[in-house]
Design a protein around this ligand. Structure first.
Ligand SMILES: [Zn+2]
Length: 588
């Protein structure tokens, strides 16, 4: 049987296996020749009176569609399916969207659902709630008053350059405010934090501690530890020491966090990465259980920290195929391996992003590469040969260049078509870097929300006007014809695909100024980068990412059409319902 879609003068012809065999130019007279032999025999429900942005190749608009067994089986440009299209149409359930806009469900390709589940129970220390150090200390004091002496106090979201004092909180200030509890406050970037003396003591961090490649310890002018802990090796000493939530508590938090994701229209989500916080095997088991039992209803893509797949890691011997099979089996097919995750630098606002030219306000500071080039090359080649798609965090342009060198080296030794290795954040890529990404077929997942949240500070403090104006250079990515997506990096910024689309289209900062107007992109391209491009990035473009016959019925329904309103209002559009596999999983 041939399924069909009526779109203006076009007919997509599918065979049963859902493989496109042709895109045939036809008019309606020809379509009608198929007659009743093409009538849809069984349909679970119809959506009518919708403003459907299919985001297919032709940017087709439609007004009604039919779903069966969680898949789209018919799409029409009429407000309801024409007579004769569906057998016993009058008996089929109808959902009337009353003119609301229906899009493919959003695909967020880089955030930390698991991390977000954890930080939801921490003391909020970020803007706009906390603007000064005394306010921050008060937050911690209030929490301490609710707890027994000796219990951990953990805060999240503190941002030194967002504070009036423009500096880090010190160990001594934390000691004074909360003397009887170990205290640790994590920076909004996730790349550093500050501990008080009790926390340092419990974590076994003493004055003679040595810096490592992926961890260093802040010191005052006398060389004494000031409580600041930078990067994973230093911070994980604390996170392993603090009292942990029980698996039941984490599961409950995951359920709540997932609801927030669904409320933003997200139907496929990438966790970046398993093994970043605690023991990777434990984290993976929990995540897979949450996927299998529906606690996390979104389709899940899992990045796995490289350390879990190396040397003494719990999955040391696993190649990509075996790892993916394991993930799919344990999640009942709801989760899949996305990639192996590495880091090659830190964050710009933590001065740990590796730049080619120094930081604007610190002319001696360039930030450091996490791995020496030879070491990174070896790691990339190893994972490339084991069949992994690789995703490497690179904010600074020097890190981006180094990652590209590693990819080029591996691809030269073992060429591979459509490898889609990735660079994460890509914030300060030069035009040459972007062209190199395109040339090597490396995909970029851009942290566009930075333009709004840190754009002003990037211009005035971290990068200066020239580099700030080309922060997250999306127009260059479009012009270079490279595959790219947008992300929130939640909990670094709030989860909201429509906000990311808004940021990409407007590039407006929190002071209302346009930063780098040349790098703005159009609304449809921005929407595609959170839908069909994400599907392509996930190797799932045959299954999701656009509204087409044969694809899964994953939808986001919006109260307004993002292509038909003032672009500055896109972030205020409400998601009214979210659908996965034809099931409504969220209603406003
Ligand atoms: Zn991240």
């Amino acid at each position: 049987m041939i399924e069909r879609v009526k779109v203006p003068a076009l007919l997509h012809v599918y065979i049963r296996q859902k493989m496109v065999i042709g895109l045939v130019q036809l008019d309606y007279a020809v379509i009608h020749r198929f007659g009743s032999e093409n009538m849809l025999e069984a349909v679970d429900f119809i959506i009518k009176n919708a403003n459907i942005l299919t985001l297919d190749e032709k940017q087709t608009r439609a007004k009604s569609l039919a779903v069966q067994d969680g898949s789209i089986v018919g799409i029409w440009e009429t407000t309801e399916p024409p007579q004769g299209e569906i057998r016993d149409a009058d008996k089929v359930k109808v959902v009337d969207l009353q003119g609301q806009t229906l899009l493919p469900g959003f695909i967020d390709t880089h955030n930390h659902l698991l991390g977000y589940a954890h930080v939801r129970r921490y003391v909020p220390c970020g803007q706009p709630l906390v603007k000064t150090i005394p306010q921050l200390l008060q937050q911690l004091k209030d929490k301490a008053a609710e707890k027994q002496a000796g219990e951990w106090i953990v805060g999240f979201g503190y941002d030194d350059t967002g504070l009036e004092e423009q500096r880090h909180v010190t160990r001594d200030e934390l000691d004074q405010a909360v003397p009887d509890h170990p205290v640790f406050i994590a920076h909004i970037s996730g790349h550093l934090g500050v501990a008080n003396s009790k926390a340092l003591e419990e974590a076994g961090i003493t004055e003679d501690v040595q810096d490592t490649e992926m961890g260093h310890y802040g010191r005052d002018e006398n060389g004494r530890l000031n409580g600041a802990l930078f990067e994973k090796d230093a911070m994980s000493r604390i996170t392993q020491g603090q009292d942990q939530a029980s698996p039941e508590q984490v599961m409950a938090q995951l359920a709540e966090a997932s609801k927030e994701y669904l409320a933003q229209g997200i139907t496929t989500n990438t966790e970046a990465a398993i093994g970043m916080l605690q023991d990777p095997a434990g984290e993976l088991a929990l995540y897979l259980k949450a996927s299998a039992n529906g606690t996390i209803p979104m389709r899940a893509q899992l990045m796995v920290m490289h350390t879990a797949l190396e040397d003494d890691g719990p999955f040391a011997g696993y190649d990509a195929e075996k790892m993916d099979a394991y993930i799919q089996e344990k999640s009942n097919g709801r989760a899949r391996l996305d990639s192996v995750k590495l880091f090659q630098d830190g964050s710009i606002q933590g001065y740990t992003g590796a730049l080619r030219e120094p930081y604007y306000s610190k002319p001696d500071t360039y930030g450091d590469l996490f791995h020496k080039q030879e070491v990174l090359n070896e790691k990339i080649l190893d994972f490339h040969q084991r069949g992994y798609r690789i995703a490497i965090h690179g904010n600074g342009d020097r890190a981006i260049g180094s990652i590209l060198e590693g990819y080029a080296n591996a691809l030269k030794k073992q060429p591979k078509a459509r490898h889609q290795h990735r660079i994460e954040h890509v914030q300060t890529a030069t035009l040459e870097d972007i062209e190199k990404l395109a040339e090597l077929d490396v995909a970029g997942s851009f942290f566009i929300n930075h333009v709004y949240y840190w754009g002003e500070r990037h211009e005035k403090i971290f990068l200066g006007p020239d580099r700030a104006a080309r922060l997250d250079p999306l127009k260059d990515a479009v012009d270079a014809d490279m595959l790219f997506t947008l992300h929130s990096d939640c909990p670094v910024t709030p989860i909201s695909p429509l906000f990311s689309v808004w940021a990409a289209v407007n590039r407006v900062t929190d002071e209302g100024r346009v930063l780098g107007p040349d790098q703005r992109i159009d609304v449809v391209t921005a929407l595609k980068s959170m839908t069909i491009y994400g599907a392509r990035l996930n190797f799932q473009e045959d299954m999701i990412g656009s509204i087409e016959v044969g694809k899964r019925a994953d939808f986001a329904v919006l109260d307004r059409d993002p292509t038909a309103i003032d672009p500055m209002e896109i972030k205020d559009i409400q998601v009214t319902s979210t659908w996965i596999d034809g099931e409504k999983v969220y209603t406003k």
